[in-house]
Design a protein around this ligand. Structure first.
Ligand code: FDA
Length: 324
């Protein structure tokens, strides 16, 4: 079993998610999550803004199966929008449709999103729909299209690993798009599996959207991709106004600062909240080295225990599955 698969499985474990919330940001997650409440998040944003870096705020939330949970998430996101406006910080919203009830009922999710997007629209705040796994891909695009009939402050993410992403880039090229490699484990019937293929597609799609799209957010920590983009925009005389680089909060901080200093638009994806566990596990799945980077001072007994329970749960889950 690959380490990546293990961490992806851990990210999907609801019991561990609930357990982790009790500990707060204590297992190294505090290095990549900007606090558990909005005040802490706003302070981090102000600090980044001082360096010319804008932010996209993710009020973390996973495993939403009850309408009450989705409604609570909506209220929290609305509170973030109010704070962006009140504090006049340079920031916009990133959210996951599942957080607003996509897995419960499509229309209910649409209404929640509509309220968020309409209030953000009044303040001139952009709302980005993060892309989750393949099962939610088409409904997320459908939500985006329906909301775009009324509001222009919406955009989404294209994950390079899906076979259909070239068509989706073409179809949604007039949206502000964030381009990423893709973070979830997907079936070989729908997505490229090798790093070589994914990296190649990612570059092709970035080039295409830079040339033909509205505004491109290039979201990566990969210096090879970033250097390629720098050359490409120079060669094709693409203005800095047409794109930005994005990275996740806490990762490659020096590079984030130096790209902003070089005059590129830079946006940090800033997650906050007590529901950090799934997000944190996906970061470990992406790059197992993050385990040492992220937890170097705090990889203590509790962390080991949490991951230990997770591993046991994962293995047991597999054994049980095989038995039944
Ligand atoms: P990748 O992990 O492939 O690394 C390539 C190389 O870069 C490494 O071999 C190493 O040399 C270097 N490198 C990478 N990280 C480093 C580090 N921390 N320190 C030093 N060197 C490092 N996914 C998704 O499915 N849906 C979404 O909505 C989003 N949203 C999103 C927003 C933002 C702002 C980002 C940055 C990413 C996402 N993602 C995402 C995640 C994305 O799909 C992808 O899984 C991760 O960004 C990892 O891929 P990278 O392109 O960063 O490089």
């Amino acid at each position: 079993m690959k380490l990546k698969d293990l961490f992806i499985s851990l990210s999907e474990n609801r019991t561990l998610n609930s357990a982790a919330q009790k500990y707060g940001l204590k297992f190294g997650a505090q290095n990549v999550v900007a606090g558990t409440n909005i005040d802490e998040a706003i302070e981090s944003i102000k600090e980044l803004n001082k360096h010319g870096i804008s932010c996209t705020i993710d009020n973390l939330g996973e495993f939403v199966f009850e309408k009450s949970e989705a409604l609570a998430a909506k209220q929290q996101i609305l509170a973030v929008i109010e704070r962006i406006n009140a504090d006049q910080v340079d920031a916009h919203i990133s959210l996951k449709p599942s957080q607003l009830g996509l897995d419960i009922d499509y229309d209910f999710c649409y209404e929640n999103l509509k309220e968020i997007v309409s209030i953000a629209h009044q303040y001139g705040i952009f709302v980005n729909f993060d892309m989750e796994n393949y099962t939610r891909l088409h409904t997320s695009f459908q939500l985006l299209e329906s909301l775009n009939e009324h509001y222009d402050n919406v955009g989404t993410v294209i994950q390079a690993y899906f076979f259909e992403s070239d068509q989706n880039i073409e179809r949604y090229k007039n949206f502000r798009l964030r381009l990423v490699k893709g973070a979830y484990k997907e079936d070989p019937s729908v997505a490229f599996q090798t790093k070589k293929e994914i990296d190649q597609k990612f570059i092709e799609q970035i080039e295409y959207h830079l040339l033909h799209g509205k505004f491109t957010s290039i979201a990566t920590h990969d210096h090879n991709v970033i250097n390629h983009v720098k050359q490409f925009v120079k060669q094709h005389q693409i203005s800095n106004e047409k794109f930005e680089f994005q990275m996740l909060y806490g990762f490659r901080k020096d590079m984030q600062l130096s790209l902003a200093k070089e005059g590129y638009n830079f946006c940090t994806y800033l997650p906050f909240g007590s529901d950090w566990y799934g997000y944190f596990m996906r970061r470990l799945a992406e790059r197992p080295q993050n385990l040492t980077l992220v937890t170097k001072q705090v990889f203590n007994k509790k962390t080991n225990m949490l991951l230990g329970i997770g591993t046991a749960a994962f293995v047991l889950g597999r054994v049980t599955k095989r038995k039944s």
